[in-house]
Design a protein around this ligand. Structure first.
Ligand SMILES: Cc1cc2nc3c(=O)[nH]c(=O)nc-3n(C[C@H](O)[C@H](O)[C@H](O)COP(=O)(O)OP(=O)(O)OC[C@H]3O[C@@H](n4cnc5c(N)ncnc54)[C@H](O)[C@@H]3O)c2cc1C
Length: 383
């Protein structure tokens, strides 16, 4: 016999409360309707989680209906930040400075800031962002970006999804979520006697950022390790991209070049069996080489891509620009392609140095320096 009792979710009032907010985005909502939904939720048999969710819904609705009365429908539309908070609670913050989330320690605030701790959470956040039609930016380690002083409009999603799964055997692999810090992953591989990612042990940032930009060092790069990446798009949901579909070239991919747009959720990387000592020794050698060549201090790494057959750092040095300073931003005295933040540096000053380097090198050597670092946020010029 069929059980004729209504399913629990039909009796409680969370769905009607949510509908109130969904509709509040497009049209005014009647306060009496809201009060009846609140009444239902207070008398329904809810779990602790549902109660917490209902309370946060009620708080938002109360905020939206402030100053309205029963006769007058509320007119304030639900803000995307409120809708995100409904689902992700305290992981959602407003007006958060992005400087601490970048390696250069530069940049203004994100209107809305959400930290995700798993690929599932990342997918959930993106679903709401797409439903709400808010602009968004994904940030991994913030080590290849210059964030504008005016900050970033819409939502900045900080990816801290860190699941890792090793597969041993004759052809070992590692699968990981995109928020894993690449250098940590490389060191974990070393301790397990798995070779292939030694080059990545000294590259700052996340696996997602590296897969996006085809990061590389010491002769290795992502294109040589990646088997596939799972990516998320609004149109197609989750799709598996083979390394060929990533269309990798020097420090770029199908996504970085702007030909397609997607969020990298996770990656499957090829490894090789080796001894832990061998792999660790290679990592130590690479770290020492980097220490000797790379200037200390807060930076974004190499500012420009190396032009074919030459080095951006050499050209900037030959143009006499090493040590040039605007505000607290300086073209390193040690390496022309590193721009250092000497403290409280404005993104605008770094940007002025970028233009100076590009113009001087173009004039002296007829070479156009292409940015490797991405400018993100609001770079509009006020008139
Ligand atoms: C001191 C220093 C040394 C460096 N040395 C090297 C080097 O040797 N080789 C090298 O290649 N790079 C180097 N870099 C640059 C940087 O480490 C790499 O580009 C790195 O891969 C960026 O990863 P991230 O997580 O920090 O990306 P972020 O800076 O956070 O983001 C960079 C871009 O990737 C996008 N992105 C990030 N995560 C995702 C995702 N999950 N899905 C979709 N898009 C995403 C962002 O939206 C942004 O457009 C260096 C940087 C520093 C500061």
């Amino acid at each position: 016999m069929l059980d004729e009792k209504p399913a629990r979710h039909e009796v409680i009032a969370l769905p009607p409360l949510k509908m109130v907010l969904v509709h509040a985005k497009d049209k005014p909502v009647n306060k009496a309707e809201v009060q009846s939904a609140i009444k239902k939720v207070s008398s329904a048999p809810v779990t602790r989680e549902e109660k917490v969710e209902a309370q946060s819904l009620i708080k938002i609705i109360e905020h939206l209906t402030k100053g309205t009365n029963d006769e007058k429908p509320m007119t304030t539309p639900a803000r995307p930040v409120d809708v995100l908070r409904l689902h992700f609670a305290d992981a959602v913050q407003e007006n958060i400075s992005l400087a601490p989330y970048t390696s250069a320690r530069i940049g203004g605030p994100a209107d809305i800031f959400v930290m995700v701790k798993s690929a599932n959470e990342l997918m959930g956040v993106m679903k709401v962002i797409w439903e709400q039609a808010v602009p968004y930016t994904i940030l991994g380690g913030g080590s290849n970006v210059l964030v504008s002083d005016k900050g970033v409009r819409g939502v900045v999603v900080l990816n801290r999804a860190k699941e890792v799964l090793f597969e041993s055997g004759a052809q070992p692999t590692v699968w990981c979520e995109a928020g894993v810090i690449f250098s940590n992953l490389a060191n974990r591989c070393a301790s397990k006697g798995l070779a292939g990612l030694e080059w990545a042990a000294t590259v700052p940032g996340t696996v997602g950022g590296a897969v996006y930009g085809n990061a590389g060092a010491f002769g290795g790069d992502v294109s040589q390790n990646l088997i596939w990446a799972d990516v998320l798009t609004k149109k197609n949901g989750v799709e598996r991209y083979s390394v060929e579909q990533m269309r990798y070239a020097y420090r770029t991919s199908v996504f970085k070049s702007g030909n397609e747009s997607a969020i990298i959720l996770s990656a499957m990387l090829r490894l090789k069996n080796a001894s832990a000592e061998e792999v660790s020794a290679k990592i130590i050698e690479f770290s020492e080489r980097r220490k000797a060549a790379q200037p200390p201090g807060a930076s974004m790494g190499s500012m420009f891509k190396n032009p074919v057959g030459d080095y951006a750092g050499r050209l900037i040095e030959a143009a006499g620009l090493k040590g040039t300073r605007i505000g607290n931003a300086e073209i390193s005295t040690l390496h022309g392609n590193f721009f250092i933040n000497h403290g409280e540096t404005r993104a605008e000053d770094v940007h002025a140095l970028i233009r100076l380097a590009q113009e001087t090198v173009a004039k002296k050597f007829n070479v156009n320096l292409e940015l490797e670092v991405e400018l993100i946020g609001d770079w509009s010029v006020e008139r």
